[in-house]
Design a protein around this ligand. Structure first.
Ligand SMILES: C[S@@+](CC[C@H](N)C(=O)[O-])C[C@H]1O[C@@H](n2cnc3c(N)ncnc32)[C@H](O)[C@@H]1O
Length: 253
């Protein structure tokens, strides 16, 4: 298995993920979480696997100095266009994470790694780099595709054979990730080096709603409810993605 760069998936990703409520909820949760912790000064921000640059642009618009790293040229080009349209500047690096250690030296105040782990052949292998590139008093914003939610959705759909054979990975060229992440396993891998300061679920109920209610729901109300329940002790863990804000152990809170 290899890391899945989104060279061929760029337009489907734009349409299916950011074309509707799913993307709007994702951005609302990530932005609400970050707004709670980020200091009010310009930060050096690195977005690894930045995709089309949605979060990076939001941060640039808040006055932060943003670097986007992304291996797939069509995605990076989409991000460049989005920044140009908004009249914002950033540094764009076309590279996979494996090449970043040699290209970037100084650590960053904020490192984003959103919806990337589950597309890697070996998700845990990126963790040392995230640590290397996050300043001692900086933040890591880590969002990943939640294996627990995928299991729950398959239970609700009665896909028991799929669950018995543990066939949860997406097909080639599908937008279902190849390595859904087990949150407990990831927490274990991170426990020596990171403090997980906050945890939110992204889309804790939207994707489980019956289609007719989904279609009828007002976006503003969906956002309000998703934000209200994102950290609920039961429902938070059902988010299709989980968002963890982490600080290096020994960092300053
Ligand atoms: C689901 S998209 C997420 C994009 C963006 N972070 C977001 O949340 O909208 C996953 C991205 O990870 C990128 N990716 C895949 N393998 C990578 C690697 N080895 N290093 C960095 N990024 C990678 C893909 O090209 C794709 O743009």
């Amino acid at each position: 298995m290899q890391d899945r760069h989104f060279d061929a998936l760029a337009s489907r990703f734009a349409e299916k993920i950011y074309g509707g409520a799913k993307g709007a909820i994702r951005l609302a949760v990530l932005q609400a979480d970050l707004s709670e912790v980020l200091p009010e000064r310009p930060l050096r921000v690195l977005d690894i696997g930045a995709g089309l640059g949605h979060m990076a642009l939001w941060l640039a618009e808040q006055g932060h100095q943003v670097t986007l790293a992304e291996p797939a040229e069509p995605m990076l080009q989409g991000a460049r266009e989005r920044f140009a349209q908004a009249g914002q500047n950033a540094t764009f690096i076309q590279a996979p994470w494996q090449e970043l250690a040699s290209q970037l030296e100084q650590p960053f105040d904020l490192v984003l790694c959103h919806a990337v782990l589950e597309w890697l052949a070996e998700p845990h292998s990126i963790l040392p780099l995230l640590q290397q590139l996050t300043a001692a008093d900086g933040w890591l914003s880590l969002a990943f595709y939640n294996r627990d939610a995928l299991i729950y959705r398959n239970l609700l759909k009665g896909h028991f054979r799929k669950l018995r054979s543990d066939a949860l990975a997406g097909e080639k060229q599908s937008l279902t990730p190849q390595r859904p992440i087990d949150p407990r396993e990831l927490e274990q891998q991170m426990s020596a080096d990171w403090l997980i300061e906050s945890r939110s679920g992204v889309r804790v109920f939207h994707d489980y709603m019956p289609a007719e209610f989904q279609a009828r729901a007002e976006l503003a109300e969906l956002l309000e409810m998703e934000l209200a329940y994102r950290r609920h002790p039961t429902y938070g863990g059902l988010g299709r993605y989980l968002h963890w804000l982490c600080q290096p152990c020994g960092g300053v809170s």
